[in-house]
Design a binder for this molecule. Sequence first.
Ligand SMILES: C[S@@+](CC[C@H](N)C(=O)[O-])C[C@H]1O[C@@H](n2cnc3c(N)ncnc32)[C@H](O)[C@@H]1O
Length: 250
Amino acid sequence: MAHLYDLFDQKENISFFSHYASQVGEILDIGAGTGRIAIPIAELGVAVTCVEPSPAMRREFQQNLTQCHHLQDRITLLAGDARSFDAGRLFPTAFLSGSFDHFLDDDERRASLINIGRHLMPHGILVFDIFLGLMKDTQLSPAGIVQNGEREHRRFIASRSLPGEMQETRLVFETYLHGRLIERVEDRGLVGVLDRERLHSLLKETGYVRKAEFGDYDFSEFHEGDRLLIMEAEWLGEGLDGILPEEGNG
Ligand SMILES: C[S@@+](CC[C@H](N)C(=O)[O-])C[C@H]1O[C@@H](n2cnc3c(N)ncnc32)[C@H](O)[C@@H]1O
């Protein structure tokens, strides 16, 4: 479904991430997808190193980049996973937009946070969003229609809980041309289920201190019960050798 991602993911968070990017000369964007955040950030004059594990998403990203030649020396796209990528250098700020939810258990979350920390300068900042708690189980139901020239794309979503604090999201995309169905794509993905307290302890264990928590991309305060949590955390460890502080202060 990578070729349909940009049509439907219209989250209004580019100015939120741009706020952080404009304070520094470069950004590490992990789980960068199609470059939805990285490309507008590079337009601000900021260098962006992107990590993306999915070959299909990287292909879409490269395709999007062909339309902006002027950004090609400002964007580096690496194949890799948050747990194990090695960009070989340090960054002042790292982003995970829509990617933290894909870490399926605490081992994966810890390994990813530590590996991201290895890439942060002392007191570097990690900014990420997550959805807290369980989504309700739902049957496949309509979740958006987008008109793109002569084509109409319809999206349907279903969600169900799985054992082991995971949820499966089933996405179906249908493309119609002049009212006739010409493509149907189905994708199943897993997300991990996490609560705020456990996120706090994971950050502390892996060497981060919490700087701010927002409930939306307009920097509004997080309130207990909100599903969206946006975290700004500071890395207290040391650079690429990944030395963790004796004890986190988070
Ligand atoms: C919802 S998309 C978000 C893409 C982009 N950051 C954005 O905001 O448009 C989540 C992305 O995270 C990537 N992802 C999933 N698991 C990952 C992992 N373990 N490490 C890094 N990226 C991951 C997916 O391939 C996908 O491109």
